[in-house]
Structures are given as C-alpha cells and as structure tokens.
Design a protein around this ligand. Structure first.
Ligand code: M6R
Length: 607
C-alpha cells in the first residue's frame, strides 16, 4: 500500500527520493510524487502511474537537499494527479505525505471551509496539511501545529511533513509504520526498512503517538506530555538475501526459487536433533507454559492464514492439544474470549497487516499471551508482540507471497515439534520430523530440476472460466493457497474446497473440460481424495494432479505433476511449489503484471 520516503542532508535529495520510491514499488500503488525543498521554493512533481512515469516528467535538475516522496494506493478519492501526495497547504508553506486513514476528515474539512479554506483534492490526507497551516497562521510553531492538529484527528497515520521556512522534517506515527534512518550528517525517513538498508543500519522505529523533529544531525522525540527526549537508536538487522531483481524476470519467480535457501535460514539453529525437539529462543517459552497451555489460537490473513491453518493441524497432530485458526479481521470484531493461559500466534509476512495488528492489540488488552510469527524484522507486529519467531525468508517483494508461506509452515512445524515434545510426541517421532524438515530444502531443489508438465497445465488453466482446487487435511489448506495465488495473479475465479465437501455444492460448477487441481500427496487421506477426483472426472473435468513421485496415482491426472516424497506432515512444503509456479506461468501467459497484480498491495495497512 502507500509508501513514504524522506531525506534531509547534504546530498541532492531528488535521486535519493526516486531510488527510495523505486524500492517501495513492490508494496503496490497507483500514483507517486515528490516535493523538493530548494533554496527559495518547493518543487512538486506528481503523476498517476509508476515511478518510471514520474521519472519521465521530472525536469533534468531539481536542486535541493531536503524532500519528501510518496507512493499512493487510493482509498479516499480516485486515482488522479491532484489526489496524489505530497499535498500542500493553501499558502504553499507546508507539504506532507501521509499513510493511513483519517476517519473524521469530513468534519475537519467542514471546519476548514468555515475558515474559507478549500481542499483541492478528494483525499482525507489533505485536511491534515490545511489544518497545520491554519495553526501556523494562528502563531503555532511547526511542532505545535503538528501536535495540535493530530490532537483533533481520529484515525491512523504515518506522516512526514516539510515546512518551507524550516530546515527540518517532522515525522509522526499512529498505527502506520515509520522509521528514521540515521546517517552521517543526513537522515532518511521511510515507511519500510528496505529503502533504508543501502544508506544506513542505524534506525529509530517510531511508536504510536510519537512525533519526531528531524534535522540533518539530530532526532528529537516529542511523545505524549513528557519532555523532549533522545530517540532509541537500534541496528537494522541485516536480512539475508537480496531485494534486487538481478537476472530474474520477476520477483515472484526469484522468490519461488529462493525457497530452499529461505527454508535453511528459517530452521538453522532452531532444532535440537538430540532431543528431537524445536528450539525457538525468541518465543521465550517456559516449560510450564508449554505444559499447561489449554489451547493454541493462530491468526492471519490471506496466505498467512492458510499457513496458520497448516500450523494448527500440525500442533494438534504433534501436541494433541486443541488449536484453532482465525481470520484476523473476523476474530477481533467478534469480541473474542481470551484465555490468559492459552498461546496466541499472530502470523504475518509484513508484520504490518492492519487487521492482524488490531487482533494482536485486542488479545494483549484482554491479557492473552501473544507471539509473532513474522518475516519483517522490527515490524509493528513483531514489536507489539515482543516475543515470537522471525521466519527469515529475506525480503519478499512480489505481492504474491511464496517463500514466506513455506517458511511460516516450517516455523510453525518447529513450534509444533517443541510443543509436542512436552506432551505426546516421542523423541523418535521428533527426530524423524526434524530429519525430514532438514531434508526439505534439498527436496525442493530436486523438484526444481524437473518441474513437470507445467505448460500443459497452463493450457487448461489459461482458458478456464473458473478453477476448482481440492485437497484434504493439510492439502486442503495447500489447495486454498494455490487457488489464492492463481486468482490474485491471473484474475481467474478460483474456488478451493476440502475434497470431501465438493459433492455438497461446488460439483454443480463442473462441465466438460473444467479444470480441477487436486493435491493428493501420499498420506492417509489420499484414497479419499481420489474418490473426489473420480467424481470430477465422471463429469468431464480435466484433472491437474499434484502427487508424490513414483506414486501410481499419476495416471489419474490429465496432467500430473510429481513432487519428491517427504514425511506426510510436511507435504505442504513441497506440494505448494508447483501451485505457485502454475499461478506464475498462467499469469504470464495471460499477460498479467505478475509482481504487481491489479488492486492488490503487498502490505495491507488499512482495515
Ligand atoms: O503481510 P501478511 O502476511 O500479514 O499479509 C497477509 C495477506 O495480505 C497476504 O498474504 C496476501 O493474501 C498475499 N497477497 C497473498 O499472496
């Protein structure tokens, strides 16, 4: 979704801002703009479209060593140039970029109109800059103008504000992430850690309620009622992996093929083969907590939710205690009953998903023990939980999540093993699982050596009106993840069902030639899945079958794709990979924008 980048220092700001915007592109956006503070004026350039479109309209040189920039994902008001950030005050003295949503912007707009100030855009964000200008006109300092305005605002914000007569930026956060990167005589502001990594490792994460005054050489925090304070500077943990595309045609393909290494990073140092157990230090789990926990609840959205479903089943299989998965937005809106002895896991790649953040806050408020299962180090969910497990996938830039899914599953499998060993899982069973988990990266690589007849499957999918995905048990969640991938990338309506449920409704959709993707690894449910497969075939469906190598059921598919065999509880780590590739290849065949599918954003930071 929206992205912010800001700079104050001694270098020319424009190239740094454009590069920052480029690194924010993966979040998904529809328009982009910059404002550069020159010697006598502020130059603003903005456009609908991509950063490349912005670059095309920029003049040869724009002098200035301070500036702010934004990628906008439209919420309030259409995708137009005037709605694009940065927004400016009616007197031209303040410019601002905003991530988040201002809930009471209508009443604030009315208030401005009563003061004869007309907003020129349809956005909720513009009211903020106009309100600040009003405060300035009444004698407030820049900081007071920001603070007084924010007191009147309801909603969420990550803000970077630039004043024409001041050599400083003011940043503020409430519910939308903002990070300040500290350089030598220069400062960077970003809503996302990626654009900072090439400039500095020293960062300040703003917390909700923080307001920071940022000059070239200092950051001063003005939070709550207290005195100004020095910020808490931390070191940005280096993430493994490159966030650059390199030779790959798309981030999605690059990230699919990074899965073996990502998986190695995820499990390294986290398993105790001798004890046949997991060892997740960041969870800070006490033995008595593990032994006494009555149940586990997992939360997530989209891909994270499907990974959590698999985690839930693994916890029940290994630890024999009840586990339930919830869609974050549903969970927190239903006044959940929180058991302080239960363990709650918030699963999220970005760590910035608004619905999951709200669920975490609800659980904390009611005294629950919540742990993050998160990729982005230092993200809001990771910091809110304060305990948990980083999945260490490295930067995931494609909107479609791939390597984060397999690492979420792996991290949850390690957690389930650890929990299981305090209960019903024997040392031998634990060791077997751990051995197989360690094998999984190599097995993925083996699959990549021969990915099977993908293009034949794409022939069926690309022409389809809709696609049905079926699986049972762990594979039902894999089917859902495969369907989500094809739907979001190729824009083909997809339905995923536990195979046994197919005859209770979705079977009505089948007609001659309808493609059905069946996920049927060699587990105890395979035979039952095959019954559903036969019911589909009998109605003329064309079957794309994902099965284990060497299994005689290969002949059941019209197109059959084999993955290497693994422990039945770990099959999602392998069966999901061809589904990711199918979605990628089908989207390519249909000429879709694979890395940035329409309407979607990488981090869904609004509710
Ligand atoms: O960052 P998160 O894992 O919390 O994101 C959750 C979903 O928004 C995300 O998985 C989404 O469904 C992806 N586009 C799936 O590919």
């Amino acid at each position: 979704m929206c992205g912010i980048f800001g700079y104050i220092g001694t270098q020319q700001a424009l190239p740094l801002l454009v590069e920052g915007l480029r690194r924010l592109e993966y979040r998904g956006y529809d328009s982009t703009g910059v404002a550069i503070h020159g010697e006598n004026d502020v130059a603003v350039h903005k456009t609908v479209g991509k950063v490349a479109d912005l670059q095309a309209i920029l003049p040869g040189q724009v002098e200035g060593t301070m500036g702010i920039a934004h990628t906008r994902w439209a919420t309030h008001g259409g995708v137009t140039q005037v709605n694009t950030h940065p927004h400016h005050a009616h007197d031209g003295n303040i410019h601002l970029v905003h991530n988040g949503i201002i809930e009471n912007f209508r009443s604030l707009r009315q208030h401005l109109e009563q003061q004869n100030i007309e907003c020129i855009s349809e956005t909720d964000s513009e009211v903020l800059v106009q309100m600040m200008a009003l405060e300035r006109a009444q004698g407030a300092t820049p900081l007071e103008a920001v603070q007084r305005t924010l007191k009147r605002v309801r909603g969420t914000w990550g803000l970077c504000i630039m004043f024409r007569d001041e050599n400083m930026l003011i940043c503020a956060r409430n519910g939308s992430p903002l990070i300040i990167g500290q350089g030598e005589g220069e400062m960077f502001v970003s809503s996302d850690p990626h654009p900072l990594t090439s400039h500095t490792q020293r960062v300040v994460y703003l917390d909700d309620g923080d307001v920071a005054v940022v000059s070239r050489s200092s950051i001063t925090m003005h939070s709550g009622q207290g005195r100004p304070s020095q910020p808490n500077v931390t070191v940005l943990e280096e993430e493994w992996g490159e966030s650059e595309l390199g030779d790959a045609p798309h981030f999605m393909l690059k990230e699919i093929y990074e899965q073996p290494d990502a998986l190695r990073q995820c499990i390294a140092g986290r398993i105790d083969r001798e004890m046949g157990s997991g060892r997740l230090g960041g969870m800070r789990l006490r033995h008595d907590t593990l032994v006494q926990t009555p149940h586990v609840r997992l939360l997530g959205c989209g891909t994270a939710y499907y990974a959590a479903e698999i985690g839930q089943m693994l916890i029940e299989k290994m630890a024999r205690i009840p586990a339930v998965t919830h869609i974050s937005s549903e969970f927190r809106n239903n006044d959940p009953v929180i058991n302080p002895k239960a363990l709650y896991l918030a699963v999220s790649q970005s760590g910035e998903t608004a619905d999951t953040i709200a669920a975490v806050k609800e659980i904390k408020l009611k005294g629950g023990q919540i742990f993050g299962v998160v990729n982005v180090v230092g993200s809001t969910i990771a910091r809110l939980c304060g305990q948990g497990v980083y999945i260490h996938s490295g930067p995931e830039q494609s909107v479609a999540s791939t390597k984060a899914f397999t690492n979420m599953v792996a991290a949850l499998a390690v957690f389930a093993t650890q929990l299981g060993r305090t209960r019903h899982l024997s040392k031998e069973q634990g060791r077997e699982l751990i051995d197989q988990l360690q094998q999984a990266p190599h097995l993925m690589e083996t699959y990549f050596e021969d990915t099977g007849p993908l293009s034949e499957a794409v022939d069926l999918l690309a022409e389809a009106k809709s696609v049905l995905y079926l699986g049972r048990g762990l594979s039902a969640s894999v089917a859902k993840e495969g369907a989500l991938k094809l739907m979001e990338l190729a824009y083909i309506p997809c339905l995923a069902y536990p195979a046994g449920e197919m005859k209770h409704g979705p079977i009505a959709l089948l007609e001659e030639g309808s493609p059905v993707v069946v996920v049927a690894p060699n587990d105890h449910l395979k035979e039952k899945t095959l019954s559903a497969l036969h019911e589909c075939k009998a109605r003329g469906a064309k079957i794309i079958l994902i099965h284990e190598k060497g299994d005689s059921i290969a002949s059941e598919g019209d197109v059959s794709i084999a993955v290497p065999s693994i422990h039945p509880w770990l099959t999602p780590l392998l069966t999901v990979v061809p589904l990711q590739l199918l979605a990628y290849e089908t989207a390519l065949r249909l000429g879709r924008d694979v890395d940035r599918p329409r309407n979607l954003a990488k981090s869904v930071t609004v509710e």
